[in-house]
Design a protein around this ligand. Structure first.
Ligand code: HEM
Length: 553
């Protein structure tokens, strides 16, 4: 018997749920406050239990049982309210989409978790529901070419969505890519851009070539025997980014083994890519002791490198790598400087994460496509031979500028097998966004899935064919719209490393193609490689066995 004390009945606890939801939860960007809510929830439960024991004369067990049933009723009230609201009253209620997706982000996690091929699941949703699909309680996937400038373009009013708060909700504590503060992002991007200037790129070019030389020497040594290009292109990309990013050698190409830092990233990529479907879940995982332990070698490597570079800083020396450009801004207290030690270290990780898997994926996919379409390989070889008739010894980056077909091949490879498949999530401005005949309300997450757009038959003739000529000699005939090729995204959040990536891919692909014929290894069809690409924000590829045979003169 409790006399004179608050005695909330179970119906009261249930009724409190919708009240809290209507007054508080539904009006905030909850994703980033989930840990706080858990904290408040736990604190309240313990407090209430203590109260019933000390002030209401209940035994410990009775008190726990009572709080548990009240908490269950309260949760039931909240979830019932949420479900009813999301289904029948939400501003997106009229948009088509699967029922569970309207209710919870966990449905996206379920779709992604099936086979880590979210891009395939999204394609099915597009086929079933059309160009505007409600893929989450407050998320719309848009498949219209007019959405590209509106959502991603330089003049777009859309900002980065909650997806980018998965590490911290404070921009000054995170890497550039996760900065949601417009001014912070704009300021900091200038430091990155300096690291990709024409002059900086010219210092990187011979160093990339020297890494590619190690790779081609290895291919030459073992010519005719099957090579896993997925693994080798990854080691090349990491060695390149170690060199260009930090002036350090990961040593993958020489040892033939993945560096511990690289392995730390790859071991967790698919799981993190999937959990990222529910950004607040990913945000919370970092608070679980030991959950990020697998990443430790990578975090340590980047942290050590940044510290070492700061200690050895020489203001007189022209920066030789991307990290040095970022550190230069910090040392000179430039406005573009990474604001905190934490954000600088996180930027340091971004250098490797952003620059390696993406380029590795394009290189491996291009090798696959050249093996599958030998007439394209032959044509590219003819163009390279014409530009550099004296063969590999006369290879020159300047001469490559005349081989426009090389860029056509790379672009077509990125169109057909985009290394970033789904792409960045944005949030609409308060006044909403008009896309053709459809008005999307404000404060709604939107995205244009890159891979599906790239293979949309309305926008690309023969969308599943590998036709590099669509970017060159047949551009007009095929009506190619370059603005719809967005492997590097677009607008203010566009990849600043695009020119470095293009340079690096040009060097790698031209050197390999100039020296070798490329075929599938016996028993390898490339079928699984092509169809089983995982979508972990950047793509994760299966091994692919190819044979590189030295070309006859
Ligand atoms: C083929 C290679 C590459 C592809 C396809 C690619 C693709 C992308 C895409 C799609 C984004 C935007 C992601 C979003 O909207 O959230 C991005 C951002 C970024 N990329 Fe790349 N990238 C590549 C290579 C590189 C390289 C070599 C670097 C050099 C370190 C780099 C650095 C960055 C950075 C710093 C951002 C964040 C930009 C921002 O938030 O403003 N990327 N990249």
């Amino acid at each position: 018997m409790i006399i004179g004390f608050p005695n909330p009945s179970l119906p009261c606890a249930f009724a409190l749920g919708p009240l809290i939801h209507a007054a508080f939860l539904k009006n905030f960007e909850l994703d980033i406050y989930i840990p706080h809510m858990f904290g408040v929830g736990m604190f309240s439960l313990i407090g209430l239990t203590y109260f019933y024991i000390t002030h209401a004369g209940l035994t410990v067990l009775a008190s726990i049982a009572r709080v548990a049933s009240e908490a269950s009723c309260f949760s039931l009230g909240i979830f019932t309210s949420m479900i009813i609201y999301r289904l029948f009253f939400h501003r997106l209620r009229r948009f088509p989409g699967p029922l569970p997706a309207r209710v919870t982000r966990f449905y996206a996690l379920h779709l992604s978790g099936k086979n880590v091929q979210y891009q395939v699941e999204l394609e099915k949703l597009r086929d079933q529901y059309g160009d505007f699909v409600r893929t989450g309680p407050r998320e719309i996937m848009i498949l219209r070419k007019s959405a590209v400038p509106l959502v991603l373009g330089a003049q777009s009013p859309c900002l980065k969505s909650t997806w980018y708060s998965q590490v911290s909700r404070k921009s000054e504590m995170t890497q550039l890519a996760f900065s949601r503060d417009v001014l912070d992002h704009k300021r900091r991007k200038k430091a990155w851009d300096r690291g990709f200037s024409v002059k900086a790129l010219s210092t990187y070019q011979p160093r990339i070539k020297s890494k590619v030389d190690i790779l081609t020497a290895e291919f030459l040594k073992t010519a005719g025997t099957p090579k896993d290009v997925t693994a080798w292109m990854m080691m090349l990309a990491f060695d390149v980014m170690g060199e260009i990013g930090y002036g350090k050698d990961f040593g993958g190409l020489v040892t033939g083994r993945e560096h511990a830092a690289a392995k730390a990233i790859h071991d967790h990529m698919t799981i993190l890519g999937t959990i990222g479907m529910v950004p607040w879940l990913l945000y919370m995982i970092q608070f679980i002791p030991g959950a990020a332990a697998g990443y430790a070698p990578f975090f340590k490597w980047c942290g050590d490198m940044i510290r070492e570079k700061k200690t050895m800083w020489d203001p007189e020396k022209y920066p030789q790598d991307i990290a040095s450009w970022l550190i230069k801004a910090v040392m000179e207290k430039d406005v573009s400087a990474s604001p905190t030690e934490a954000s600088l270290t996180d930027d340091g990780r971004l250098i490797i994460i952003a620059g390696s898997d993406t380029s590795a994926s394009v290189n491996a996919c291009t090798m696959f496509l050249l093996a599958k379409y030998p007439h394209v390989l032959r044509k590219l070889q003819r163009h390279l031979d014409a530009a550099m008739p004296d063969g590999p010894h006369a290879w020159s980056y300047n001469q490559l500028a005349t081989v426009t077909y090389l860029d056509d091949v790379i672009k077509e490879s990125m169109r057909l097998m985009s290394p970033v498949m789904t792409g960045g999530y944005r949030v609409t401005p308060v006044e909403g966004l008009q896309v053709d005949e459809v008005w999307i309300p404000g404060d709604v997450n939107v995205f244009v899935p890159i891979q599906i757009l790239h293979t949309d038959e309305r926008y690309f003739v023969n969308p599943l064919g590998f036709v590099p000529e669509r970017w060159g000699e047949r551009k007009r005939e095929m009506g190619t719209d370059e603005s719809l090729l967005i492997p590097f995204s677009a607008g203010v959040y566009k990849c600043p490393g695009d020119k470095l990536a293009m340079m690096s891919m040009r060097i790698a692909i031209s050197c390999i193609v100039q020296m070798f014929d490329i075929d599938f290894a016996p028993g390898e069809t490339g079928e699984a490689f092509a169809t089983d690409r995982k979508d972990a924000f950047t793509s994760v590829l299966r091994p692919l066995k190819l044979v590189f045979t030295k070309r006859e003169k």
